[in-house]
Design a protein around this ligand. Structure first.
Ligand code: PHE
Length: 453
């Protein structure tokens, strides 16, 4: 059998993992969640969850991946035996579904780069809304989805070193630099101080009053943004060597991801406040495409800022999408002996087809997103945490200690964070997520079916 691929350098792995983590979750999802869930109050809970839940959960996946040097299905089979491999299947299915609509949103972003270049952001909310609906569903959206997916397939098809590692070395530094540049620009806008007040001064009363909304939203977001719960970090860690300190790498990755999300807020909110848009009414998924585009339409040089901003998001989305595809591809290579390029092309094409409905009608984005994000992702994270925290904790503690000079009692701190807080919070989150999905299925989605069938 051919030797399994590995990352060429430590930086290569870190950049790939940061590339996976930093994506639509940071720049698209995070600002609209902050807007909807009460500004700084949400930010505080989110930061807390990233540190207390997200970071330990990332190490859980690293340990499984590096220990086995296998894809998620193979890794769980090896460590836990028969039944646990089904969890690997859940991971693969989750990645499959997420990528199918993630790519559609990636296509919208590409479209908004073009709109910017043509100088075409409409300066009022209603017009911007019309522009979004036109760009987001229908043949154009299918085309954008196809282009985005083709790029993902091309990168993953070239393999770990020549494809993924090579691409992220250019993409990730670019994302970081441009994001900082845009934040500095946003600082000069007249709405900046109002924006900072909204974004940066938390109100404890607000957290206490709305915790049933804020908690699951913050936990779900912490998982999504760190690419947890579907085996992406298991897969990426399966290509690294034993000599590295997983906790140290994890800290850098979590730190950079959080920094970029935070910076996205520093970009988006000043633009909102300057354009007179209330962040609490940013129309959810349409936030950056409608509200932000409308605010951009009002700014001088808004088209240029918009082009750069959406261009950055496109790169960030691409470097995340490749990790979603790699999960499934690594399974086909490791367990089915398929050749990389064939595996990539076949899976990529099927994912493209599965995503088509979400490019035709926005209601399918919610149908896929709520299920994959609020249920499957959290379920996957919960199960792998139970597995590592309670079933194979000795192996896990041994693995986390490798490449570390002096672990001290940090290993125990980590395993106990996984055993109780991580599991409890994920359990509560999934419970609330199932209810929300039920409401969606019997509400908005049933209405849609009633009108269209
Ligand atoms: N972390 C990515 C983002 O923030 C999304 C993602 C989730 C990627 C799960 C891979 C796995 O956009």
């Amino acid at each position: 059998m051919a030797q399994r691929e590995t990352w060429a350098t430590r930086t290569g792995f870190i950049l790939a993992a940061v590339g996976s983590a930093v994506g639509l979750g940071n720049i698209w999802r995070f600002p609209f969640l902050v807007g909807q869930e009460g500004g700084a109050a949400f930010l505080v809970v989110y930061l807390l969850f990233v540190a207390l839940i997200g970071f330990p959960a990332m190490l859980v996946e690293f340990v499984v991946g590096r220990r086995t040097n296998r894809n998620p299905v193979g890794a769980l089979k090896e460590l836990g035996g028969g039944v646990w491999q089904y969890l690997g299947w859940v991971f693969a299915a989750t990645g499959f579904i997420i990528l199918s609509y993630y790519s559609v949103v990636g296509g919208w972003v590409l479209r908004y780069v073009l709109i910017g270049l043509q100088g075409g952001y409409v300066g009022d909310i209603e017009g911007a809304g019309g522009q979004f609906v036109e760009a987001a569903s229908g043949l154009d959206a299918v085309l954008g989805h196809a282009i985005f997916m083709a790029a993902v397939i091309a990168i993953v098809g070239f393999g770990i070193r020549r494809g993924i590692e090579f691409a992220v070395q250019v993409m990730v530094p670019a994302i970081i630099l441009i994001a900082f540049g845009l934040a500095v620009y946003a600082f000069t806008l007249p709405g900046a101080s109002e924006a900072y007040a909204f974004y940066l001064s938390p109100d404890v009363g607000e957290i206490l009053a709305n915790w049933t909304d804020i908690l699951p939203a913050a936990a779900g977001q912490a998982f999504f943004t760190l690419s947890l719960g579907m085996g992406a970090m298991i897969t990426y860690a399966s290509y690294i060597g034993d000599d590295r300190n997983l906790a140290e790498d994890g800290l850098i990755i979590v730190g950079l991801d959080t920094l970029i999300a935070f910076t996205a807020g520093l970009i988006v909110f000043p633009i909102f406040f300057t354009g007179g848009v209330d962040p609490a009414n940013t129309i959810g998924a349409g936030a950056i495409f409608i509200s932000l585009a409308a605010a951009l339409g009002d700014l001088s040089f808004g088209w240029l800022i918009g082009t750069v901003f959406f261009g950055t998001i496109a790169i960030a989305a691409l470097s995340s999408a490749i990790s979603l595809l790699e999960v499934v591809v690594s399974y086909l290579i490791d367990e089915r002996g398929m050749e990389r390029f064939t595996a990539t092309a076949i899976v990529g094409t099927i994912i493209f087809v599965v995503g088509i409905p979400t490019a035709l009608d926005l209601v399918f984005i919610d149908l896929y997103d709520l299920f994959a994000n609020n249920i499957l992702l959290v379920f996957g994270g919960l199960m792998v945490s139970i597995f590592v925290g309670w079933v194979i904790s000795n192996v896990a503690l041994d693995e986390i200690g490798r490449g570390v000079r002096n672990l001290g009692s940090w290993g125990d701190v980590w395993i106990w964070l996984v055993r109780i807080p991580v599991i409890v919070i994920l359990f509560v989150t999934i419970y609330l997520g199932v209810f929300e999905y039920y409401e969606f299925l019997t509400g908005d989605f049933a209405d849609w079916l009633g009108q269209n069938l």
